[in-house]
Design a protein around this ligand. Structure first.
Ligand code: NAD
Length: 473
């Protein structure tokens, strides 16, 4: 399976949008304003490499300003292109609307293969990229707030935060200019694993609806459901980890160099350790089958398929061989519109990217709030709650003459930590949003998939913002 994105990704997103917009009643002009990318900044900058100079291609796209700031990750990949960044920025707008995160959509791209650069060179590239954004007012806690995406993580976010902070001395909220930062640099507990945890919660919620599972010929719940995950990066790894914790069996894991499969289950940590040591997923002793392409891995027996690598993985050419009944789009744009239509027509459920992987931006929103308020969640009330709960338990013990064990008391009186509050906010968001989307689907018999329903919900919310703002001048 090729992982090279076609140049149709933005068109694909627009085609999903157009299909959904027939179920709304907004004017053509307003729909056009929602769909279009407001600002596309394409730039090039030089870096020193060895004794020479190399020119780097980069982008930042702000898709919609119906809410400020705009928000979206930065992709580091030698395959990144303008069309892809535009598509991903558009998806961010709809994603934020679906999970009620008050941001517009944006995305960034740096066209490099990270494997070809030293850490020092990656730092130079990241810092220079940030400076270019500052120069053109494409970054800031109230303007546009990047985050990690494919090929980037906490390290890159630290460099961005430090560069922005250095260039804006005295700006009190400067650390809110980027999310996905390490805890020690104003990050938030739970952000690293948030997208994967959110994907697992999305699948759990979908599988808890008895009526929908009956139609698929599946029992409810995740216990003993067979899962194949493509991509063992941040999103794929954490998705597999939480799905296993919820009782699912990880039967297949696919990386770009190939895939491993065992119908009785793979030990995720052992696969990761093997890949780290051997430099490839292939040759893992616990696998019963292995495949030299990632694509073959997708086609094996399972109940749930989780593409968590890149776009354009499930196409018209391989959809007929996909055995899963549920595709949970952890990656952005893994299924093309044509392939998705066939899968849904054959009775499958697609949990769409714009909802499925929204856990990342949800917790990024919490991190941004933390940065603006300059205090960790739970710091002010954790101990207060514990004392209040403890007094209550003591009173009940006195009144009833019965005493709790120390362990029971500890469970009841405990005040929440930042991580617990973040995970609670994430779970509430994923659960509420799933049912909001499903209700839109159920409210109109002509809406036959969750993606269309999710787009309808998102378009309506963005439209209300634009209508309330008006047009000026
Ligand atoms: P990552 O760089 O951490 O990991 C991606 C993994 O996919 C890598 O291990 C890579 O080797 C693997 N991969 C690449 N091509 C592959 C192929 N053809 N087959 C199998 N594996 C392949 O990236 P990530 O942050 O996990 O992002 C993955 C996807 O999730 C992207 O589509 C991204 O836009 C989306 N996403 C990420 C976040 C986030 O918080 N990081 C949030 C929302 C959506």
């Amino acid at each position: 399976m090729s992982s090279i994105p076609t140049t149709n990704f933005f068109n694909d997103v627009c085609s999903f949008f157009d299909h959904a917009s027939q179920f709304t009643n907004h004017s053509a002009g307003l729909l056009d304003q929602i769909k279009t990318c407001n600002s596309v900044y394409r730039f090039r900058f030089p870096i020193r490499k060895g004794n020479g100079v190399q020119v780097i291609d980069a982008w930042r796209v702000e898709h919609s300003h119906h809410m400020s700031p705009t928000k979206g990750g930065i992709r580091y990949s030698d395959m990144v292109n303008e069309d892809e960044v535009m598509a991903l920025a558009a998806l961010m707008t709809y994603k934020c609307a679906i999970v009620n995160v008050p941001f517009g959509g944006a995305k960034g791209g740096i066209k490099i293969n990270t494997k070809n650069y030293s850490v020092a060179e990656l730092e130079n590239i990241t810092r220079r990229y940030t400076v270019e954004l500052v120069k053109k007012n494409f970054i800031g806690p109230a303007i546009d707030v990047p985050a990690p995406d494919y090929g980037s993580g906490e390290r890159e976010m630290s460099w961005i935060a430090d560069t922005y902070n250095t260039m804006n001395p005295g700006q009190l909220d400067a650390m809110g200019c980027v999310t996905g930062k390490p805890i020690a640099l104003h990050g938030i507990h739970g952000r690293r694993e948030a997208t994967g945890r959110g994907v697992a919660l999305a699948i759990r919620e979908c599988m808890n609806v008895a009526e929908d599972m009956k139609a698929l010929g599946l029992t409810t719940g995740l216990v003993n459901k067979r899962v194949i995950v493509q991509g063992l990066g941040n999103v794929g790894y954490h998705t597999a980890k939480y799905l296993a914790e919820l009782g699912a069996i990880i039967v297949g894991l696919c990386e770009y160099e190939g895939a491993v499969y065992n119908e009785n289950g793979l030990d995720l940590e052992a696969v990761v350790a093997h890949r780290k040591e051997a430099g490839t997923i292939l040759g893992f002793a616990g696998a019963k089958k292995e495949f030299v392409t990632s694509g073959e891995g997708l086609e094996q027996e399972c109940d749930i398929l989780v593409p968590a690598a890149l776009e354009n993985q499930i196409l018209i050419t391989n959809i007929g061989r996909i055995k899963a009944k549920i595709i949970a789009e952890a990656a952005n744009g893994p299924t093309t519109p044509e392939a998705a239509a066939i899968f849904v027509k054959n009775g499958g459920i697609i949990i769409p990217d714009m909802y499925c992987n929204a856990g990342g931006v949800t917790v990024s929103y919490f991190e941004w709030l933390k940065n603006l308020s300059h205090v960790a969640f739970g710091r002010m009330d954790k101990r207060y709650e514990e004392n209040a709960n403890s007094n209550l338990v003591t009173m009940v013990e006195k009144m009833t003459g019965m005493n709790l064990t120390l362990e029971q008391r500890g469970l009841i009186v405990k005040g929440p930590s930042e991580l617990e509050l973040v995970n609670s906010g994430l779970e509430e968001t994923m659960v509420r949003s799933y049912h909001e989307i499903r209700e839109i689907k159920m409210s109109n018999k002509n809406i036959n998939d969750l993606r269309t329903a999710a787009f309808v919900g998102a378009i309506n919310k963005v439209a209300v913002s634009y209508m309330n703002m008006g047009i000026w001048p």
